[in-house]
Design a protein around this ligand. Structure first.
Ligand code: FMN
Length: 192
């Protein structure tokens, strides 16, 4: 238990990497972690595009203005719209694929690797750019591109725990105001 909590706090966005490639066994371990994630009704509406080709990595960098990192590996987590729920529940794919993406981040920390999540969906420009480079068919929506490599920077473990963001029983309860009078005064609805 303490081990998982340690890894959760140690996971930080790493944006500087060495040139050392990631060995295939580690890539498989990351994908196994990804596909251990929960998904709504276990539909597993995900596909993963693993990129190690230098030319493709460069083309991905060119299309992601907010995520131009030099890592030897990129894993693109995609939602497969042919595997989702019909109707309004279709959007569950975003949560399913996010759980898989987070597992990749945590697994990379556990393996001593660094990683960073670069958001793609729902920014149309990024979705088009990544889909173009990776030759994705229309039913595969790139959710995130995760850069992975051996870290060339370190960051301290942390939580960002803030008790004011925790609401017991019901939001804005009398108990909450007793514990934090400011919160009661500033809440938009005026409390009870
Ligand atoms: C949905 C999502 C999109 C993100 N997109 C980017 C991005 O485009 N570029 C980037 O450098 N970091 C991106 N990040 C990483 C966040 O900036 C980072 O998680 C946040 O600053 C907290 O820092 P930490 O990961 O070290 O805890 C993204 C994270 C998430 C969850």
């Amino acid at each position: 238990m303490s081990d998982i909590l340690t890894h959760i706090k140690a996971r930080r966005s790493i944006r500087k990497f060495t040139d050392q490639p990631i060995e295939e066994g580690a890539i498989t371990a990351l994908l196994e972690a990804a596909m251990a994630a929960p998904s709504a009704s276990n539909r597993q509406p995900w596909e993963f595009v693993v990129v190690t080709d230098a030319d493709l990595l460069g083309r991905l960098r060119a299309r992601l203005v907010l995520g131009r990192y030099r890592a030897p590996l990129a894993v693109c987590v995609c939602g497969n719209l042919h595997r989702t729920w019909p109707g309004s529940a279709q959007s569950f794919w975003v949560q399913d694929c996010s759980a898989a993406a987070q597992n990749i981040l945590l697994a990379s920390t556990g393996l001593g690797l660094g990683s960073v999540w670069v958001g793609v969906h729902p920014v149309r420009l990024f979705v088009r750019g990544v889909a173009d480079v990776l030759n994705l068919p229309a039913h595969l929506v790139p959710l995130a591109l995760i850069w992975v490599g051996h870290p060339a920077e370190g960051k301290p473990p942390r939580t960002q725990y803030d008790r004011r963001r925790v609401h017991w029983q019901r939001y804005g309860s009398a108990q909450e105001k007793l514990e934090d009078p400011d919160q009661g005064l500033s809440s938009a609805g005026g409390g009870l």
